[in-house]
Design a protein around this ligand. Structure first.
Ligand code: HAM
Length: 425
């Protein structure tokens, strides 16, 4: 019987990988440009880390987390997101002791037991940044600027994107807002789906994330968090808006945006694509000024975002901006006859040791067929026929221009790079 991959967890196949690698390189270099350093937390954490930070009442923890006991009965979880892990690591390794802003980034797989659909998998990959240690709204703006900049860098135009932005206030503002939401939704309880009826008791903020059509009327009329901000939170938000305007970064205020995670305070945002349909958030983030303390560290504010790699790949391929058709190899060796084949193996080994990406026809193809494979895969073909071998030379063909030249083999092997540049691409 055939064993298949797990539903919602897919292979990223060799033909897709160059685009992934290119995006990962762009992401890493841009994050470094803004002063972020990579951190690589484990994929498995204590389940409690997420129930305490992301929140017991969230869909992520309540419904979607992969939880399992280890052999000692400890409850572990495959990480559904990485902010909690980064904060745990920040506390565990005393990164705050350095007394500076900690700017950390990550790229890697996350796991959520969601219903798979376009742009939504059970294993997916996030790239994200977390800046810990400052309350300055200029830092919120910098993080949002980084998000926009990344989209530009990978080739998406601003017109196809929009930024949803809101402030949900601090822990002092929350009780009044929560009470107002509870009062509002209690009055319309019979309209709510069973999940939202539960959320009404546990955390009425989570009702605002609900996508069920039956709940949308009550959600549209719900009180807005912006009306419940204290003076400091209001000033913080106004300054953020002013900086975004100075930077020329557009945003749409969305009073219903609360994001489906409990740790957020003040700023929340999502950068969305106009072309992705239901799963339109390319990335999402915000402030989490209480999270470090909540997880046992000293009071330390934080702000960050994470984006889905699969969704980025999806919009880029919809734009035909996927992968360059550039050949992957410098050179393809085409031996003619038995003697040529024997020599080719050694030549190939030498070329690779000199840093030339090269391959050989192992399939016993005819010269014509081998040339067409070479033309698809490489910039140059190296022909080793009886004539060349008797003269200890090699014929190098530029597969882009079609120009051929013959050179002494020893000379070519001592400095192949100079020949590969010289036939004129
Ligand atoms: P999130 O909104 O849950 O936030 O996820 C961030 C992004 O990950 C989403 O905008 C989406 O692009 C992608 N994503 C989420 N779930 C899936 C899925 N099942 N399949 C494919 N892509 C998905 C967080 O995870 C926060 N930790 C972000 C953050 C960082 N906030 C502050 N710092």
């Amino acid at each position: 019987m055939k064993v298949e991959s797990v539903r919602g967890m897919r292979d990223i196949l060799p033909e897709e990988v160059p685009l992934w690698q290119k995006l990962e390189e762009e992401i890493r270099s841009l994050f470094a440009l803004y002063g972020y350093k990579e951190i690589r937390p484990p994929l498995v954490e204590l389940a409690e880390l997420f129930s305490r930070s992301v929140g017991e009442a969230t869909d992520i923890v309540h419904k979607e987390m992969y939880v399992f006991p280890d052999k000692k009965g400890q409850m572990l979880a495959l990480r559904p997101e990485a902010t909690a892990s980064v904060v745990r690591a920040y506390i565990e390794h005393g990164l705050y002791a350095k007394g500076d802003l900690a700017k950390l980034y990550y790229i890697g797989p996350m796991f959520r037991y969601e219903k798979p659909q376009k742009g939504r998998q059970r294993q997916f990959h996030q790239y994200g940044v977390e800046a810990l240690g400052s309350l300055d709204p200029a830092l919120d703006a910098e993080v949002i600027d980084l998000a926009w900049h990344l989209m530009e860098r990978v080739g998406l135009s601003r017109e196809g994107l929009f930024l949803r932005l809101n402030s949900i206030g601090c822990r002092e503002d929350r009780p009044a807002y929560r009470a107002a939401l509870r009062a509002h939704f209690s009055g319309r309880k019979e309209e709510l789906c069973p999940d939202c009826q539960r959320r009404l008791q546990e955390n009425p903020l989570r009702i605002l994330d609900c996508k069920e059509p039956q709940c949308q009327g009550a959600i549209a009329a719900a009180p807005k968090s912006l009306d419940f901000l204290c003076e400091k939170c209001r000033a913080h938000f106004e300054e953020l808006l002013a900086i975004l305007e100075d930077l020329g970064l557009s945003y749409e205020l969305d009073p219903r945006l609360v994001r489906g995670i409990d740790y957020y305070t003040r700023t929340v945002f999502e950068l969305c694509s106009r072309e992705l349909g239901a799963q339109d958030a390319l990335l999402g983030g915000g402030r989490y000024d209480d999270l470090v303390e909540l997880l046992g560290g000293p009071p330390t504010p934080g702000v960050g975002f994470a984006g889905g790699m699969e969704r980025l790949v999806l919009v880029l391929s919809q734009h035909g901006l996927s992968q360059d058709e550039a050949s992957e190899l410098d050179l393809f060796v085409i031996p003619i006859g038995e003697e040529g084949k024997r020599r080719a193996v050694g030549i190939l080994a030498q070329l690779r040791r000199r840093g030339i990406s090269a391959d050989l026809d192992y399939m016993g193809r005819s010269l014509r067929k081998a040339m067409s494979v070479a033309a698809r895969r490489a910039r140059y073909a190296l022909l080793l026929g009886p004539d060349e071998l008797s003269q200890n030379s090699a014929t190098l063909k530029n597969l882009v221009t079609g120009v051929s030249s013959t050179a002494p083999l020893a000379e070519f092997l001592s400095n192949p790079r100079s020949f590969l540049g010289s036939t004129g691409t």
